[in-house]
Design a protein. Structure first.
Length: 255
């Protein structure tokens, strides 16, 4: 099974936020001056079951010198059949991306019920990332207008000075296996793609990504999947407890 359509769905969702951008006439099309990762692109087309699942946003992968693609951790492209990474592998890639690009920041946001890390990955222009703390303070006032005495004029000024944060999460349920790798690729594309369409998103919106919400259950699901790969003729064991004590995604609710 291929999970390529998830990358498409995630990238197509971002224009909702980027509609606030001033460059309204940008259209999805690659920057012809930017090189393409030809090997990765061939794999995209090989693994996508029908060409109509692709679009000008995801039918190629832009190349950026010194910036690793998901293949650096996965050993293949995001969504490749037969590969499900553990949460720690997804995080390792996101931190590799952060080390290689000033447009990516990774923050630890706490621990799961069983002590596994959860992260949020911010992708935007260097200018927006540098202003995130000030922007968060403004958005906090808008979220609780009592702090500005319900003053519409102050609210209008805060809105004018602020930029939106678009929050994308993956695997809120343990068996939803495709999102983490799709979000690895999405983070890469947002960080390196120089097409006017993607630059417009990057310059006007902070995309915040938590690639795995239900981390405990995700890792159990990968255990089961790997067991099945090693025993293809046997029935795989059921995922009885994907929470610590219960068959429930508790970390999702904690979020």
């Amino acid at each position: 099974m291929s999970y390529r359509p998830l990358a498409l769905a995630a990238l197509l969702a971002l224009p909702i936020a980027s509609a606030l951008a001033t460059a309204a006439d940008d259209r999805p099309a690659r920057d012809l001056a930017q090189p393409v990762d030809e090997a990765y692109t061939r794999k995209i087309r090989e693994y996508t079951t029908e060409s109509f699942f692709l679009s000008p946003l995801v039918d190629y992968l832009p190349a950026a010198a010194g910036v690793p693609t998901p293949q650096a951790v996965l050993g293949d492209v995001a969504g490749a059949p037969g590969r499900l990474p553990y949460a720690a592998d997804v995080y390792r890639y996101m931190r590799m991306l952060e080390a290689a690009s000033p447009r990516v920041k990774v923050r630890s946001i706490g621990k799961t019920e069983e002590g596994r890390e959860m992260i949020a990955v911010a992708v935007a222009s260097e200018k927006l990332l540098a202003a995130m703390d000030d922007n968060r303070a403004r958005l906090g006032k808008l979220a609780d207008p009592r702090t500005i005495a319900l003053d519409d004029t102050q609210a209008d000024d805060l809105v004018a000075a602020s930029f939106p944060v678009y929050y994308v999460t993956g695997t809120i349920h343990s068996p939803e296996t495709g999102a983490p790798t799709a979000l690895m690729e999405l983070a890469y594309r947002l960080a390196v793609d120089e097409s006017p369409y993607v630059r417009s998103i990057r310059d006007h919106v902070v995309t915040l990504i938590t690639p795995v919400v239900e981390v405990d259950g995700r890792d159990r699901q990968v255990d089961v999947y790997n067991w099945h790969l090693a025993h293809p003729k046997d029935n795989w064991p059921p995922l009885v407890y994907w929470g610590h004590y219960v068959a429930h995604d508790n970390n999702r609710d904690a979020m």
